[in-house]
Design a protein around this ligand. Structure first.
Ligand code: SAH
Ligand code: SF4
Length: 411
């Protein structure tokens, strides 16, 4: 059974609404330190000579304490707090819906206010609790320009790129809901130690292609990994790309996070069909960029994601070709059982086939974990995300449930 909270008429809703950003005021969240200083000076809130001190104070309140109200910035004078509140916001996106799967996976539908003349946008973020860690799957775009044939998000047109604020706000709103930020009402607030936090890892594997939104993703991930703020180790942040080759090396140089490649095929003919960006950046170029990824080593391997599609890419010949293709690349291969969605023609490989495939790769010396599908009952699994503007119609949801019951795509 799926637990779904439509947060429209509860007291939770009232509490959350009070913290939702007032759209007209620029948010301080998502700026680099330099931008933050400039914004404060430009608004006449602080003098140039105070920039360093004020930026580090505010940074601490925003990202270590997670405050959502300037009134809680206790070591800043009351006057300055109210001037800040007149000019800026530090709220969170509106939580339109929160669903909790039977396996503990949570999916949020967040709504962000309009940008300029645009409309409000809605995106999905997923939290996956596991033994000893919890992973937040973050979106980088609303929809996607790419059209990978097995991906539900790929059937939704790109609405727009998310800003760094909207990207980092997904982490902050998840931390709020999971209790990872300290209590805001007292100056001390009990800190949640790093090892006790629910969100220990993040993956840029939600909606969209992060490397088609490089600058905003970079800003957000540098904020997430800032040691005086949200403080997530770069080794616990993974960026997944369908293969935007020109940005791969830059990702290592400028962001320094772990890399995952959506590979899914071992020859160009098949990859052109599954991951059409392959026509622009074929396999040879993609693998060369992986070999050149800064910092890649056996201790910092690249993850290759491989979706298991019945009778498409799941034979032993494919497994052999995969091992050959990745020869010499420090790699881990993540086998993803295909997650079905209404209208797809693909089916998930049989469990036995997936295990044989995995065994072959394992014997060849590569770790090849099979990703357990999580949150399928709330459509939170890989490739099932789609935002509200194109949320599933009732008959589509029923069709999907029927597919699940019939065992299609079940691993
Ligand atoms: N756009 C980026 C990141 C988001 S997709 C990328 O493509 O890498 C995250 C992962 O889920 C990718 O490896 C993607 O190929 C995979 N995926 C997409 N649709 C899927 C589906 N229906 N079942 C299983 N995995 C899927
Ligand atoms: Fe976009 Fe990634 Fe889906 Fe391809 S797999 S359509 S790149 S979100």
């Amino acid at each position: 059974m799926t637990l779904s909270f439509d947060i429209t008429d509860t007291s939770t809703r009232a509490a959350l609404a009070a913290r939702v950003a007032v759209a007209e005021k620029p948010s301080l969240i998502g700026m680099t330190r330099e931008e933050l200083g400039q914004a404060l000076v430009a608004a006449g809130v602080i003098a140039e000579r105070q920039v360093k001190m004020r930026v580090s104070q505010i940074w601490h309140w925003l990202y270590v304490r997670g405050v959502t109200d300037f009134a809680h910035m206790f070591n800043i004078s009351k006057d300055l707090r109210s001037t800040l509140a007149e000019h800026f916001s530090i709220g969170r996106p509106e939580i339109v819906e929160e669903q909790i799967s039977t396996d503990g996976t949570r999916k949020w539908l967040f709504r962000f206010p309009p940008r300029g003349a645009g409309r409000p946008v809605e995106i999905e973020t997923v939290y996956i609790p596991e033994e000893g860690r919890g992973t937040l799957c973050i979106s980088s775009q609303v929809g996607c320009t790419l059209t990978c044939s097995f991906c539900h998000t790929g059937t939704q047109k790109l609405v727009r790129n998310l800003t760094s604020e909207e990207i980092i706000a997904q982490l902050m709103a998840a931390r709020d809901r999971l209790g990872d930020f300290p209590d805001h009402d007292t100056p001390e607030g009990t800190m949640v130690p790093a090892e006790g936090r629910k969100v220990s890892n993040i993956v840029m594997m939600g909606m969209g292609e992060p490397l088609y939104n490089f600058e905003e993703v970079k800003k957000a991930l540098l904020i997430a990994s800032d040691g005086d703020g949200l403080s997530l180790s770069r080794r616990r942040i993974t960026l997944s790309t369908s293969g935007v080759v020109p940005e791969i090396v830059r990702t290592g140089e400028e962001i320094g996070v772990m890399l995952a490649i959506s590979l899914h095929a071992t020859n160009d003919d098949l990859r052109d069909l599954l991951v059409p960006i392959n026509k622009k950046y074929p396999l040879a170029e993609l693998i060369a960029a992986c070999r050149a990824y800064p910092g890649v080593s056996n201790a910092r391997r690249i993850t290759f994601e491989y979706v298991m599609l019945k009778d498409v890419n799941d034979s032993l010949e494919d497994a052999k070709a995969l091992v050959k293709l990745l020869k010499g690349v420090p790699a881990k291969i993540n086998l993803i059982p295909f997650n079905p969605w209404p209208g797809t023609n693909y089916q998930c490989s049989d469990w036995e086939t997936i295990e044989k495939f995995s065994d072959y790769i394992n014997n060849a010396g590569y770790a090849s974990p099979i990703r357990t599908p999580r949150g399928r009952d709330i459509l939170a699994a890989c490739g099932q995300l789609k935002s509200d503007s194109e949320r599933m119609k009732k008959h589509e949801r029923l069709a999907l449930e029927a597919m699940m019951i019939a065992g299609h795509g079940e691993a």
